[in-house]
Design a protein around this ligand. Structure first.
Ligand code: SF4
Length: 999
């Protein structure tokens, strides 16, 4: 017999009866109520109790069962008062991977209480509590099912998720994984994936979020409360309650913030920022030589860093860069890991710019390096350079928030996907209270946040400039002003080329330039000097203009015009009404065109699913696909329709601008005007592409199988950018310093000289080349092994014998190195062939295998997982060859499966090869080998990241020994010990070498 429970404001007394037996003994624990939604129970948060829940289960399906329960209780005084923990005896076996993950075995649960008993203990603890969890939906579902199975009514109280809290209150966190967050916050979490430890860590993290929230000004809470007001969510209820509490506080607008237009900010008026040495009389370097300057710097470095030692390679670099600047020469300088190359060029740049009162530009390829210079090197230099200087970071405009657009968006609640965008807006409101730069790099917006960002990013076409109410606080204009008054400006390759295309309107003028990560310069130049357009480039412009009758800038304008009630506005409303069907036509034709293009592309045999270039097709003017006429007809319809929108739209915008009636929609007009310009650019780009006319351009399309036509990208890239690079940089600038760890091939810079357009500079003695000695002792730190009898393979797929031998050898090596191994593939197919059998072989050894494309997650996530697990093997393809930085013991061995030749059929490689053939040059030796050598060096560079690192590299490709070009690969490495041997001797030798390390 079951006695029904009653909820609400009156019935709180509950008796649980199982079968026909009344358990009188549980009366004491069976009186409970939840923090019922309908009544809201206790009105203020200070009286609130939180129950932080975590379950470990046999899996994540509805048929899976709970094996451990953890509940941390946070009492009204915001302290963890109790942690409840119990194993639960499941009715089904625990799968081995769950035991591997949680450490919970059948032994642990064999004598555990059953679910009935555990729920009997837990339910009273949930009494009147708000339920909290990390990714709470998972635990909540299991809770409801457990309550149901054991005869309780479902939980109907409030539910909060720490993931939401972290996103909002720590918007810059790069991960929300519980273990990572706990370690970032210094929170105790001694047994990850054990329910009580997870529940306690979640509770402590939740308290950190509450602390963060308590420190925020009232205005931020008001904004958050407003944002979630229409959401009918527990988060909205929570912010309301928090707001009520805050409103009772005395200090609602603490110091340390700028309050402007109902926002709390961290920016002052940028016009007040002055040059670094404004108050100094005279030039601090007037009679100071570079050597004297460096002596002063070194003295300060020694005082600041007790372990500071001069490095030979860095000293050489300092001198070479200074020489290039002084003699107006260009410099190609190869500086390996550990040289300290950032200081190697920043110090001469500071010296030169201050001494000569002339700005020096520094450019990096990755935002990561730009951030590293901002966060690590510049602060250090500020302390050790004996006079004030300024080094400003200046990124592409789209990286800065447009405060006007953001304000407009949230005031109008103009959200395309309300649930996600409200969350993103909440993150950004909190972030605004902390950011000094307004740079999107500081924000973890998640997968969907990127679309939101696009709608609020700064753009030249939609900027109101001085008439913007935010102008004096504007992040972009602040960064531009800072760059204008800085001694050294740190930008990126992308912005260098955008500046060139904008007629040098974006960056301050410069004569001396340092290009770091210079091996990417040619590729970035190709992208910028050519054309690259995605399916979504057009879709975003269209939907931002008009998504449906309520969403988009045209509908926004229409509703404002309607409200104004003027005669003319009726006319403009009808113009807008006439534009809608045309925009819908454009979108439909664009969808058809993208679909058709996608069907033309064959799949690349060596690509991973989801790789941007999984499907590729090169387009040749003389061999157009059969469907090209249909495509051209679609393009023509798009061209005509877009032209119609542009004509009518621009005319209306001009009339609106001229109209003296103040409708208060200036910012909307500016946004529409910017979007129409984008539409015009896209229209021209598509026309250029469809014509396939330029013989110096290679045309191709790409896509991936995950998103099919929606992943479509069209490319039109110059085959050879050397002449343009020469024209823009080497002929124009006095000195361009190019540095990277991989510029030379077989100890020669000729490949880079040819690719970058430096031949003339070299012939005229305007080019210095320099290869710095490595600061590491590679002979001691790295052993390169080549199994000389390893089977060979043709193409991107291994035969059974090759795969079986490879898997066994990788497994044997991984056992000797206790995991800590990265395997670099050139083909995703081969990675896939290896993944399962290797995983199986290593499972018994307790070594995990993580595979790109096989395990979910981005490169960063997979790398973090690899670093976080003691014994694991990471399998990666293309993007793993470069940019993965795993210092220390986490990486002991690196396996290179085949030499990294680019697929010869990639359109750009193919076109470059044809060009070389026309010039009677050997494309294999002039292009394929040097490219592969540079990639091989990049891959090799993953192993040794500090003077403490030591490790093994195994090259599974006998071409390195047998072919005539193999020596270029070996001679290009920085001097590791190299040995070749039969496969059978490899493992004992690796063991011996590693043991020698330990002794
Ligand atoms: S000045 Fe321009 S970019 Fe800055 S907030 Fe205003 S409109 Fe946006």
């Amino acid at each position: 017999m079951h006695v029904p429970f009653q909820w609400g404001s009156i019935a709180l007394y509950c008796v649980r009866i199982a079968g026909d037996t009344v358990y009188t003994g549980i009366f004491k624990t069976a009186y409970f109520c939840y923090a019922v939604k309908e009544t809201g129970t206790k009105g203020t948060l200070e009286l609130m109790k939180y129950a932080v829940l975590d379950f470990e289960t046999t899996g994540n399906q509805s048929s899976d069962e709970i094996i451990q329960a953890g509940l941390a209780i946070i009492d009204e005084d915001l302290k963890v008062s109790r942690v409840y923990s119990s194993y639960v005896k499941p009715g089904i076996p625990i799968p081995p991977f769950i035991t591997g993950l949680t450490g919970i075995s059948e032994d642990d649960v064999k004598d555990a209480p059953d679910l009935d008993e555990v729920m009997m203990e837990m339910v009273p603890l949930l009494d009147d509590a708000v339920l909290v969890g990390h990714n709470v939906a998972f635990d909540f579902n299991y809770l409801q099912s457990a309550l149901d199975k054991t005869g309780y009514l479902p939980f109907t109280g409030r539910i909060l998720d720490t993931m939401d809290f972290l996103k909002i209150f720590f918007p810059s966190l790069t991960t929300y994984q519980l273990g990572m967050v706990a370690s970032e916050f210094g929170v105790e979490h001694d047994r990850p994936h054990q329910a009580d430890s997870d529940a306690l860590a979640t509770a402590l993290i939740f308290l950190k979020c509450l602390e963060e929230l308590a420190d925020l000004p009232l205005i931020v809470l008001q904004r958050l409360s407003d944002l979630f007001a229409g959401e009918d969510s527990d988060l909205g209820w929570f912010f309301d309650a928090m707001l009520q509490e805050k409103e009772r506080e005395a200090d609602q607008s603490p110091d340390g913030y700028t309050y402007y237009r109902q926002f709390a900010l961290q920016v002052e008026d940028w016009m007040d920022i002055e040059p670094a040495r404004n108050s100094m009389l005279g030039n601090p370097l007037r009679d100071v030589s570079f050597e004297q300057f460096m002596e002063q710097v070194r003295e300060k470095l020694r005082a600041k860093l007790p372990d500071y030692e001069e490095r030979e390679a860095q000293n050489l670099m300092l001198n070479e860069v200074t020489r290039a600047f002084d003699e107006d020469k260009h410099l190609l300088i190869e500086a390996g890991t550990g040289t300290g190359k950032s200081l190697g060029y920043l110090l001469p740049a500071i010296y030169h710019s201050v001494k000569n009162d002339e700005k020096v530009m520094v450019s990096t390829h990755t935002i990561n390096l730009q951030e590293q210079l901002r966060e690590r090197d510049v602060p250090l230099l500020t302390e050790v350079v004996p006079f004030p200087f300024s080094a400003a970071v200046f990124k592409g405009r789209q990286h800065y928030l447009c405060l006007r657009k953001f304000e407009h968006k949230i005031n109008r609640r103009d959200f395309a996907t309300p649930k996600e965008e409200v969350m993103t807006a909440a993150q950004m409101i909190v972030w605004l209270a902390h950011t000094e730069t307004g740079d999107d790099e500081e924000l973890n917006l998640g997968n969907r946040g990127g679309d939101f960002w696009e709608t609020v990013a700064s753009e030249s076409d939609s900027c109101l400039g001085r008439s913007c109410p935010w102008f004096r606080k504007c992040y972009y204009h602040k960064a531009k002003h800072e760059a204008g008054v800085a001694d050294v400006v740190i930008t990126n390759h992308s912005k260098l080329f955008t500046d060139i295309q904008a007629g040098h309107q974006l960056l301050p003028g410069y004569e001396r330039l340092v290009i770091d990560e210079a091996h990417h310069l040619e590729e970035v130049a190709g992208k910028h000097l050519g054309l690259q357009m995605k399916y979504f480039t057009v879709v975003h412009t269209l939907t931002r203009l008009f998504k449906d009758s309520k969403t988009g800038q045209f509908p926004n304008l229409r509703s404002m015009l309607q409200q104004s009630g003027s005669e003319k506005s009726a006319e403009w409303c009808s113009v807008i009404d006439g534009l809608y069907p045309t925009l819908v036509d454009v979108k439909e034709n664009w969808d058809r065109l993208a679909e058709l293009m996608f069907t033309l592309m064959p799949e690349r045999s060596d690509a991973a699913p989801g790789d941007p270039g999984q499907f590729v097709l090169r387009l040749l003017p003389q061999k157009k696909p059969k469907a090209w006429d249909t495509l051209a007809a679609l393009e023509n319809q798009i061209f005509v329709a877009m032209g119609d929108v542009l004509r009518k739209g621009e005319r209306m915008i001009n009339e609106l601008k001229e109209d003296d009636h103040d409708y208060g929609y200036e910012s909307l007009i500016t946004d529409i005007s910017g979007l129409l310009k984008d539409l015009g650019t896209e229209r021209e780009a598509l026309r250029f592409f469809i014509k396939l006319e330029d013989e110096n351009t290679v045309y191709w399309i790409e896509g991936n199988g995950n998103y099919r036509s929606r992943s479509l990208q069209i490319f039109a890239v110059p085959i050879d950018v050397s002449a343009q690079l020469k024209g823009y940089f080497f002929d124009k600038k006095k000195s361009v310093v190019m540095t990277s760890a991989t510029l030379s091939v077989d100890k020669s810079f000729q490949y880079m000289i040819d690719q970058l357009g430096l031949t003339e500079a070299a012939a005229e003695d305007r080019l210095i080349t320099s290869m710095l000695p490595s600061p590491f002792n590679y002979r001691e730190q790295a052993l390169l092994v080549i199994p000389r009898d390893f089977p060979s393979v043709k193409g991107s797929v291994g035969d059974d014998h090759f795969v079986a031998t490879l898997v066994q050898s990788l497994a044997d090596t991984a056992v000797v190195t206790k995991g800590r191994m990265m395997v670099l593939f050139t083909s995703y197919r081969m990675l896939r062939q290896v993944y399962d059998p290797l995983k199986e072989l290593l499972a018994g050894q307790g070594i995990t295998v993580i595979g790109q494309g096989m395990d979910s997650g981005s490169r960063t996530k997979l790398t973090r997982r690899f670093q976080g697990q003691h014994a694991s093997v990471l399998l990666g393809t293309s993007s793993f060859w470069e940019g993965v930085d795993i210092p220390g013991e986490a990486l002991t061995s690196l396996a290179i499966v085949r030499l990294p030749f680019q697929p010869p059929n990639h359109p750009l490689v193919e076109a470059k090869s044809e060009r070389l053939q026309q010039q009677k040059k050997n494309p294999f030796m002039k292009l394929s080998v040097p490219q592969a050598v540079i990639r091989f060096k990049q891959g090799f560079g993953r192993l040794v990241r500090s003077s403490q690192d030591r490790g093994i590299v195994v090259v599974y490709d006998t071409r390195i020994l047998e072919s005539y070009y193999g020596k270029y690969f070996l001679y290009s490495l920085p001097g590791p010990k190299m040995e070749h041997m039969p496969l059978g001797q490899m493992i004992p030798r690796i063991s011996e070498w590693l043991n020698a390390e330990e002794q």
